[in-house]
Design a protein around this ligand. Sequence first.
Ligand SMILES: *[C@@H]1O[C@H](CO)[C@@H](O)[C@H](O)[C@H]1NC(C)=O
Ligand SMILES: *[C@@H]1O[C@H](CO)[C@@H](O)[C@H](O)[C@H]1NC(C)=O
Ligand SMILES: *[C@@H]1O[C@H](CO)[C@@H](O)[C@H](O)[C@H]1NC(C)=O
Ligand SMILES: *[C@@H]1O[C@H](CO)[C@@H](O)[C@H](O)[C@H]1NC(C)=O
Ligand SMILES: *[C@@H]1O[C@H](CO)[C@@H](O)[C@H](O)[C@H]1NC(C)=O
Ligand SMILES: *[C@@H]1O[C@H](CO)[C@@H](O)[C@H](O)[C@H]1NC(C)=O
Ligand SMILES: *[C@@H]1O[C@H](CO)[C@@H](O)[C@H](O)[C@H]1NC(C)=O
Ligand SMILES: *[C@@H]1O[C@H](CO)[C@@H](O)[C@H](O)[C@H]1NC(C)=O
Ligand SMILES: [Cu+2]
Length: 641
Amino acid sequence: MRPVSNILLLLPLLVSYPVRAAHTHGKYDFGQHAEYRLRERHDQLRYSTYVTPLPLVGDKPVLRRELRDFYRDKDSWTLYILALNWIQYTPQDSLFSHYQLAAIHGSPGLTWGDVDSIAGSENIGYCTHVSVLFPTWHRPYMALYEQTLYNLVQSIAELWPEDELEHWRETARRFRIPYWDWGRVTETDKNVFPDDIAGQRGITAYGPNGDQAIANPLYSYIFQPFNASIFPASPWNTWTETKRAPQPMVETDAVSNNSFVARSFELSVETYQQRLYNLLAHYDNYSAFSNEGWITNSANFTQDSIESLHDSIHIAAGGYFGHLAIIGFSAFDPFFWLHHVNMDRIIAMWQVLNPDSFVVRTPAVYATHTSKAGEMQDSTTALTPFRQNASSFWTSDTVRDHEVFGYTYEEVMDKDRNKTATWVNKLYTAFSPVSMRFGELGQLHAVDDAEPARLKLGPEQLKVVEGTAGDFSRTMHPGIPKELVSSEQNFTDWLANVRANKRAYGCSYTVYLFWDTIPSDVSSWPVAVNLVGSLGIFGTSEGAVAGSSPQLVSGVIPLTSAIMRRMSQGHIDSLRKAEVDTHLKTRLKHGIALANGTIVTYHDWHQVSITVFTSTIRAPRKPSELARYIHGAASFTLPKS
Ligand SMILES: *[C@@H]1O[C@H](CO)[C@@H](O)[C@H](O)[C@H]1NC(C)=O
Ligand SMILES: *[C@@H]1O[C@H](CO)[C@@H](O)[C@H](O)[C@H]1NC(C)=O
Ligand SMILES: *[C@@H]1O[C@H](CO)[C@@H](O)[C@H](O)[C@H]1NC(C)=O
Ligand SMILES: *[C@@H]1O[C@H](CO)[C@@H](O)[C@H](O)[C@H]1NC(C)=O
Ligand SMILES: *[C@@H]1O[C@H](CO)[C@@H](O)[C@H](O)[C@H]1NC(C)=O
Ligand SMILES: *[C@@H]1O[C@H](CO)[C@@H](O)[C@H](O)[C@H]1NC(C)=O
Ligand SMILES: *[C@@H]1O[C@H](CO)[C@@H](O)[C@H](O)[C@H]1NC(C)=O
Ligand SMILES: *[C@@H]1O[C@H](CO)[C@@H](O)[C@H](O)[C@H]1NC(C)=O
Ligand SMILES: [Cu+2]
């Protein structure tokens, strides 16, 4: 798009690569000649800011894989790490640097690819939130990122010696970006958050120029160079790299605590998995599923949304003060991309299950770089700044089928409802009475007639579902008699519906539920052993001033698994509604913490309400069928203190 003279192509010769002295590990050194070739290739990208489909392999779209599976494929991993490291160390003035790709999303509000801002939106990103375009806008965004890495990977593969070239070229052709499934629980992958992969600052990377110590591109992004003025406040304007759960919290020399993040995911995967299962099984309307805007006519049973669940993951992975927990800073953290590719996979799964429901005309709640709040959005709205060609931007209609970009996911590759449903049952029922049902049917290992032949989950995954895996003590509750949980193949599902004002505090915040006592030290809340669940809300400073209208959003904290654990510990005798309600009323405590670790006193709870909702759910009769909502009723609203 941007006219570039040939002279510019010579510039790379003169560019030197800043490696910050403060960091002992840095950029992979490909060698002088190779660096030049790569830089030249990377710079050629600026001829086009189109997002284009990646080449198929064997006439088929290529699978995007889960981070931990991808990690075990050592050569693909090598190419991925080298390409990530390269874009992170590409100077920030390049359109295809990690910095500028991330800046499309939020801060500092750059104009990308000459797609200009409207007046008043100069300082905000292009991303759409609380919007029917939330799922579809991020699809070409991830594709642009994938295409950038893919192009680099093709060039990096060329740097190996002649006798290895064919192998590396073949590996490169199959390159697609990985995703992080934060709902995945297996015995081999003990950490839901892959602390073992992302937790060390430095790693040894293999490459065409041998093994080298480099900065781990999944640990942080180190700004190139750091510009304090893009961050309005302390501590971010003192931090030269992205951080997760930084300790000591606001100090300039704070260090990410990835093991804290890992611990909080270990405790919360139970609620994330129940939310995900419910979203896939019970939400059949795109408007309710797609975003967290409180759709007033939405039933009490569909108060959650994929966007709200996505917010919770962001805030948990960022921790107090972490970049991921702040909407405008989040894309700088390398985990943003892994999380959003997973979001895209979940959305693709939902689409296979609900092929007929999609974007309907709805007004935008928030402004973006190119659009005003209140503007109507529909399936033909341009998803800026992602161009399809010289005359068109991608739209929700043109990205409706993800395969248009040349990738797919194992769970949706056949676009067969029964196969996708089977995957949902296999992957996300470890903390649901649904797994009891499968255990009873003896169908965990049985190959259903509709089961995809490719379904090859290891025995370790199934063991978890059976509740026999030693380390997963929070897993489904061995020893609870089935009669106490379900009758006529139905079971009762408990949810806490949370309605809140996104603008209440001018920053992100989290609603927490605990059993019995609220821990006094707020920094321990995400990892408290008596945590029932939490709901993270991506707050905005917009309209935080008095008199501005509230932006109501809704989300859900599932309670069923926590109640069953309570029962297995002897606190409740049965799952009869009256008994459980009494227990919840007297023993469930709730608190709110802001992203900066401030506890909100009840006096300052603005427009936050938590209502317990119970429903009767029909368990599936076979693995290719999902649980079904039958009826439900609001039980009671939690008192403020
Ligand atoms: C730093 O960021 C500010 C705000 O975006 C911008 O105006 C300024 O030009 C940047 N400085 C440098 C050296 O890039
Ligand atoms: C990091 O988090 C872990 C797990 O919660 C905790 O045990 C450890 O003390 C924390 N480290 C620091 C430096 O805060
Ligand atoms: C949803 O629950 C609220 C109480 O929290 C109740 O007032 C309302 O009638 C319920 N709506 C529906 C559609 O059942
Ligand atoms: C989904 O809900 C929206 C908003 O309430 C409505 O306009 C649309 O018709 C519904 N879609 C389907 C497929 O029912
Ligand atoms: C650009 O893409 C649109 C939408 O698919 C298509 O209708 C149009 O013909 C294309 N234009 C060019 C110049 O290729
Ligand atoms: C999916 O399963 C249902 C029954 O559970 C069956 O009627 C239907 O034919 C299956 N569809 C496909 C495409 O296999
Ligand atoms: C169980 O589910 C069936 C529908 O599948 C329904 O007819 C029946 O009333 C439910 N039983 C109870 C106790 O809710
Ligand atoms: C935390 O954020 C709130 C709202 O922005 C602010 O009022 C409060 O002073 C902050 N507290 C700390 C310790 O930074
Ligand atoms: Cu996000």
